[in-house]
Design a protein around this ligand. Structure first.
Ligand SMILES: O=C(O)CC[C@@H](O)C(=O)O
Ligand SMILES: [Zn+2]
Length: 569
């Protein structure tokens, strides 16, 4: 097969299987050169929430998670203070919400309907100074706080677990400045990722982060959780692209470090501590971030493979042949794509069925040139028997459609009931072995089977191949403690044995914070605790080192988009 490389292009084309170029829709006038992939790229958190609006919670419908006695209870005086601080009576709805269970529900529960607190107070400060006054007051009064952005997190990190005050950043949503020469954007924490990217698109730049929840998530939340997303492979981690930030410490101190410089070696780089610390040491109120020029040409290919070994070979080939234009290399297993078919009813782009699929995106400056490179790459890997079948998008519509096969998985899974999510980093060669081993374990324990009597509905693997980041998802009819016990801590031990990380890009949240020892040694955890104590001595934010609740008892039942609070386990 490798001899194929020596054949002339014409001969090679005649002999080898060819990737299918998707037919151009007759009415389409757009060109791949202008594909920017924005409008359809967000999972519909709001629509899922709308389904659950009808559900009324009663205080006895949930286990009563105890507030740590060191925290005070919110008093009428506290509410009065916040109302006076954040606005007149007419502005109160935006500034402070004090009752109306329905209004508070989206702030109390997470996107997965897995974690839920019962706050009665959501504060939406409109400026950094207001955040400072709110936090100082809470710290003095010993009122626990949960910083919250778009609340699209998947580890229960942005919702209360008892009745902590939610400090939400949605009213801090201004773009402060953009400098085209340096490419530096300075924006409030509450700017929605997609809004920031659209603003930059008008200025021929790109936000260096893209992820499925871009239509709802806030850039402050992205930075706080060090979100990775779909193009980290190309644009790098936020630890590299964030040049500065502004944050507020629990005592109200404003940490003003909004540098726009690429080079700044003046002592400790303290902003890095806030990136990925999930709001445990301070609340990020603004960020400055370096944004690359928007690529003039974006192309995408989607293909099927027979084995994970071939996925690795295809990845190596893509790195070699597409190197500088490769902007995403995503992996999806067969089951994940079956679920997208079930949930959308869409026709799959390939004729055959394969155990693995990959999506490759290129971002360059010349669409025809990039397309030719992508086509040649596909011809090569198909010729070498690495890839079984593949397609290339011909316009924006097809570009979006192919991406939906990757981005639709999270939502497709959510329709099955509950999902146990494991967002992990594993050495590439063993990436998919975790899914196989997990499936085998759950089958052996009698949790997986052919009919509805089995609790597990799907064990699925997908993720960011180019970042060695796997998303192992176990979908269950309803959250089930026995299934959870079969997976955890086994899954974390499995990862530890391979020197992987138990959290690649979603963070620790409530879901994983007790398991940090599987990825960080004692010294590191000790240092983290010392830093936590220094920045947040009262510990008004989620603590890294003490359990705020037994989250297993805070689990609720959610099926077919409807949450049933009476069936929690
Ligand atoms: O739902 C998940 O497990 C992953 C979500 C997100 O990180 C993705 O890559 O699509
Ligand atoms: Zn991901």
């Amino acid at each position: 097969m490798s001899g194929a490389r020596n054949l002339s292009a014409a001969l090679r084309r005649a002999r080898l299987p060819r990737p299918r170029i998707l037919a151009r829709p007759i009415l389409s006038t757009s060109s791949p050169a202008t594909a920017t992939a924005t409008a359809l790229r967000s999972f519909s958190a709001s629509s899922l929430r709308a389904d659950t609006k009808q559900i009324k919670y009663t205080s006895d419908a949930y286990p009563n998670i105890k507030r740590d006695p060191k925290f005070a209870e919110i008093s009428a005086d506290d509410v009065k203070f916040f109302k006076e601080l954040l606005g007149s009576e007419s502005a109160v709805i935006d500034g402070v919400t004090t009752d109306a269970t329905d209004d508070l529900e989206p702030f109390n529960s997470d996107w997965m309907r897995k974690y839920r607190g019962h706050t009665r107070l959501v504060l939406k400060p409109g400026s950094t100074e207001e955040v400072s006054k709110v936090l100082k007051y809470c710290n003095d009064r010993k009122l626990a706080v949960v910083p919250q952005g778009g609340n699209t997190g998947l580890v229960g990190g942005s919702v209360p677990v008892f009745d902590e005050i939610v400090v939400n950043t949605s009213r801090m949503n201004k773009i402060r400045s953009f400098d085209a020469a340096s490419g530096v954007l300075v924006a409030d924490a509450g700017v929605i990722l997609e809004t920031a990217d659209s603003y930059l698109a008008e200025r021929e730049h790109l936000f260096p982060l893209d992820l499925g929840a871009k239509g709802s998530c806030h850039i402050g939340g992205n930075v706080s959780t060090n979100a990775g997303g779909l193009r980290l492979l190309r644009y790098g981690s936020l630890h590299g692209t964030v040049l500065g930030l502004e944050a507020v410490l629990p005592d109200g101190t404003i940490v003003e470090s909004l540098s726009t410089l690429r080079k700044n070696n003046t002592g400790y780089d303290l902003k890095q501590l806030f990136i990925g610390s999930e709001g445990t040491i301070g609340l990020v109120t603004a960020v400055s971030i370096i944004c690359p020029p928007r690529p003039k040409a974006v192309n995408v290919a989607y293909f099927g493979l027979e084995s994970f070994e071939q996925v690795q070979q295809a990845y190596l080939a893509a790195k070699g042949q597409l190197s500088e234009i490769l902007s995403a290399f995503e992996l999806m297993d067969g089951r994940s794509q079956g679920l997208v078919i079930e949930s959308t009813g869409n026709k799959h782009p390939l004729e055959g069925e394969y155990p693995f699929y990959c999506l490759i995106e290129t971002s360059g400056s010349n669409s025809e040139h990039d397309m030719a490179k992508l086509e040649t790459f596909l011809e090569n890997v198909m010729g070498e028997g690495i890839v079984a079948d593949g397609v290339l998008a011909q316009d924006e519509t097809q570009f979006q459609a192919l991406w939906r096969w990757r981005e639709g998985i999270t939502e497709a899974l959510s329709h099955l009931g509950g999902t146990y999510k494991y967002d992990v980093s594993i050495p590439l060669s063993e990436l998919y072995q975790l899914v196989e081993d997990c499936k085998a374990r759950l089958t052996e324990k009698g949790f997986v089977g052919d009919d509805d009597s089995f609790p597990v509905r799907a064990v699925v693997g997908y993720g960011h191949m180019g970042d060695s980041n796997l998303h192992l998802n176990v979908a269950v009819r309803q959250y089930n403690k026995e299934v959870e016990k079969a997976i955890e801590p086994w899954v974390y031990e499995w990862i530890q044995k391979r020197n992987g990380s138990i959290s690649a890009e979603h963070g620790m949240g409530v879901a994983k914070k007790e398991y940090i020892g599987y990825s960080q040694n004692e010294t590191m955890v000790k240092l983290m605790k010392q830093l936590k104590a220094l920045y947040d001595p009262v510990s008004i934010f989620l603590s890294l080192n003490s359990s705020r609740c037994d989250h297993h008892t805070n689990v609720i039942f959610w099926q077919n988009g409807i949450m049933n609070p009476y069936k929690y386990i």
